[in-house]
Write a protein that binds this ligand. Sequence first.
Ligand SMILES: Cc1cc2nc3c(=O)[nH]c(=O)nc-3n(C[C@H](O)[C@H](O)[C@H](O)COP(=O)(O)O)c2cc1C
Length: 311
Amino acid sequence: MTNFWSKLNKPIIALAPMAGITDSSFRIVCKQFGADVLYTEMVSAAGLTFEGAKTLRYLKHKKKERPVVLQLFGSNPKQFAVAAKKVEKAGFSGIDINFGCPAKKVVQNQSGCTLMDNLDNAYNIIKATCDATSLPVSIKLRRSKGKTTASMLIEKVKDLPIKAIMIHGRSFEQAFAGDPEWDEIIKVRKIYKGILLANGGIYSPEDAKKVLAITGADGIGLAQGVWGSPWLFKQVKDYLKKDKYTNLNWKQIKKVILKHAKLSVKDKDNLIELRKHLLWYVKGHKQAKELKKELIHITTLKDIKSILKKY
Ligand SMILES: Cc1cc2nc3c(=O)[nH]c(=O)nc-3n(C[C@H](O)[C@H](O)[C@H](O)COP(=O)(O)O)c2cc1C
C-alpha cells in the first residue's frame, strides 16, 4: 500500500481526530475547504475485534474523503493487529494510534494517554499494528504525561516504521485548555525524520503560521478551531500563501450548514449529533441567541431549512 503521507504537499493541514465530531459528514465538509488529511473519531480496537455493531459503523466512509486515517484506541496489541486488518480491508488510507486521550473511560482501560506511562506496551501496540497492515501507521500523543515526555516515547519507538506523528502541545494534566508548549515538538523534530504535525490551540491563520515557524513541523492538526468554521482550512492556506484571507458572510455560512446537514442526513439515522455543529455555525450571528433556541430542537433537514429561511 502506498504511503500517502510522503506524497502530500507541505505544510500539511490536517483535521485532527475528535470523538463525536469528525464523522464522515464533517470530514467531507472540511475536505471541501482544503483539509489535506482527515482523521476519524477514535475507534475501539476491542470493539472492532469483537465486531460490535456500534463500532463497525465507524468503518463507514466515502472514497472522496481519502486520504482518510482511522484512529484506533485500546491497550491490547493483539486487538490492534486484528483491528488493523479490518481497517485496511474497509479501504482507509492509514491507521493512527491514540496515545493522547485523557477521558476517564479510556484511561481506566489503560488506553489513550495512559500508554505514555507504559512505554513497553506502547511499543508493542505500534509494532503489532505495523506488522499486521501494509497501511501507513501514524501516532498521536501529548507533550507529556507526568514525567513521561513525547520525546521519551519517540526515543523508545523510533526504530518502528511510523510514518507520521501528531503531537498535541498540551500535557495530559492540561487536558484541552491552556496554552500549549512546543518544546517537545522541537525535540522530536531532531530525532524523528518522518512527517511531524503540531497540534493544540491553533484557532486562526495567524496561530497556524506562528506554530509552523516555532516548531519546524511539516504541518498542523486543527481541532477545536474548526468547530463552526471548517473554512479555517482555506483561510490558513490562503494566509500561508498570500498573507491574507477572507471571512465567510452569512449567506455563505448558510450554504455550508445546508451542505453539512444534507451529508448528515445521508450518513446517519438522526440529526442529534448535528445540533452542536449548528449552534457553533451561528455563533457570530447577531441573532445567534434566537437562532440557537430554534436550532437546538431540529430533527429533520426540513426543520433546518425553514429556520435558516427566516434569518
Ligand atoms: C470533543 C473532543 C474530542 C476529541 N477526540 C479525540 C479523539 O478521538 N482522538 C484524539 O486523538 N484526540 C481527540 N481530541 C483531541 C484533539 O484531536 C486535539 O488534540 C485537541 O483538541 C487539541 O487541539 P485544539 O486545541 O486545536 O482543539 C478530542 C478533542 C475534543 C475537544
